[in-house]
Ligand binder design. Sequence first.
Ligand SMILES: *Cc1c(COP(=O)(O)O)cnc(C)c1O
Length: 445
Amino acid sequence: MDRLKAAAQAHNVALDDDDGQFALAMDAADPLGHLRDEFEIPTVGQVTGIAGEQSDALCTYLCGNSLGLLPKRSRRILNEEMDEWAAKGVVGHHRHSKGRPWISYRKLIVEKMAPMFGASPIEIGVMNTLTVNIHLMLAAFYKPTATRNKILIESKAFPSDHYAVESQIQWHNLPADALLLAEPRAGELALRTSDILDLIEQQGSEIAVVMLSGVQYYTGQVFDMETITAAAQAKGCVVGWDLAHAAGNVPLKLHDWNVDFACWCTYKYMNSGPGGISGFFVHDRYAQDTELARLTGWWAHDEETRFEMSNRFVPNRGAAGFEISNTPILTAATLLGSLEVFEQASKESLQEKSLLLTTYLEYLLHRYASQHIRIITPSDSRGAQLSLLFATDKFDAVFKALMSAGVICDERKPNCIRIAPVPLYNTFADVKRCADIIRSTLASR
Ligand SMILES: *Cc1c(COP(=O)(O)O)cnc(C)c1O
C-alpha cells in the first residue's frame, strides 16, 4: 500500500478519485509500457463472439496465469522454422539461415531461461509438458526406502500434481498413506510456513520428497521456498518445486536456495502458447552424477558421442542429461519468442510493476466491493494474481458481466474468480476497468 501511495504522490494524482486519473498517469509513465506492443491483444469481439459497439476495442486480458497472450515474436519465429523446414528438410538440424540449427536449439532456450530461475544454463532443461516432467523428475529423485517413502504435497495441490504423486506411490507398490498432505488450518485457505515446517520437523525422517508448488494455483500464495527447502533438506528429504504459477511471475533463486529439482509449464506467465513445452531444473550438484538412476533416451546421452549409436549410456552433464528426446522445435520456437520479450525487461522492474498492479487491484476492490468479496491471496506473499471469493448469489452475475465486457479472467466454481494483471502486457487501466465492472455489477443487484 505504501508503494501505491508513493506512486500516486510521485505523479501528483489522487488514488481515490474514481475517474481513473491514477491509472492514466501510471500507464503514461510506465517504463515497461512499450512491451505491450510485443503481444497480440485480442479484441472484445474476438473473445466474446458478440458483435457490438465495443467489438473492435482491445479486450482486458487478466488471465495470464492460465494462458499468456501470443508474443508477436513467437509467431514470427515459428513461421521462420516452418520456412526453414520447407526449404531445407533435415539439413535444418545443422545449417539454419537464422543461425538457430535445430540440433542445438535447446541451448538458445536454456540460456535465456536460466536467469529467470536464478540458475545457470547447465541446470535448466526443456522437454515435454509439466506433468510428464513431474513423473520424470520423480523417477530420478523419488527413491523410496522401507523407512523413508513419503511424498509431501499441499492438500489442495493442482489435481494433476496430486494424481501424478499418488500414481507414483501406487506404481512403487506403496500404501496410500505415503501421500502426505499439508493442510491449512480450519477456516484458513493459505498454508502457514510455520505449519509446513512443523510437519517437516515431525515427519521429515519418513519423507522422501517434498514437492510443493512455488505459487499455489488457487490461492495465489507464494511459498517461502528458501526456508522450506533448507528445513526439508536438513531432515534428509529431497526437495522439488512445481513452479507452474511461479515461472515468469515471481523472483526465483533455485541454485542459491539449493533446490534439488523443479518443473514448470511455460504457457502461463511465460506465454509459450497452449500446450507449450516445459522447463525443468536439476541442481548442478547432480551435474556429474552418472549414478542417479533416471528414465532416459538418446538425447540425454553425451552429445559428443550421441551419434556413435553405441548403446552404452553416458549422460550429458547437467539437466541435459535428463532430456529424453530431441527438442520439439515448433513449440520451442514459440517459447523462444516469449523469452526474447522477457530479456527486454529487468526482473526488478517486472516485479515492481507487478506488485503495483496487484496492489492497485486490491485497493480498488476494497474500496468498491469489500462487503461482497473476500480476497484469499495473502497480501504479504503473492505474485501477479488475486483470488476473490464472492458471495455465491453474486458470483455468476459478476463473472458473466466481466466476460461479456471482454474482461477475461478465470473462474473456479463455485465462487472463486482469479484475476492476474501481468506486468508484461497489462495496464493500470485494465485493472481499473475490471474493478469498475465488478463494482457496477454488484451495485445493480
Ligand atoms: C497448470 C498446471 C499444471 C498443468 O499440467 P500440464 O501437464 O501442463 O497439463 C500442472 N500442475 C500445476 C500446479 C499447474 O498449475
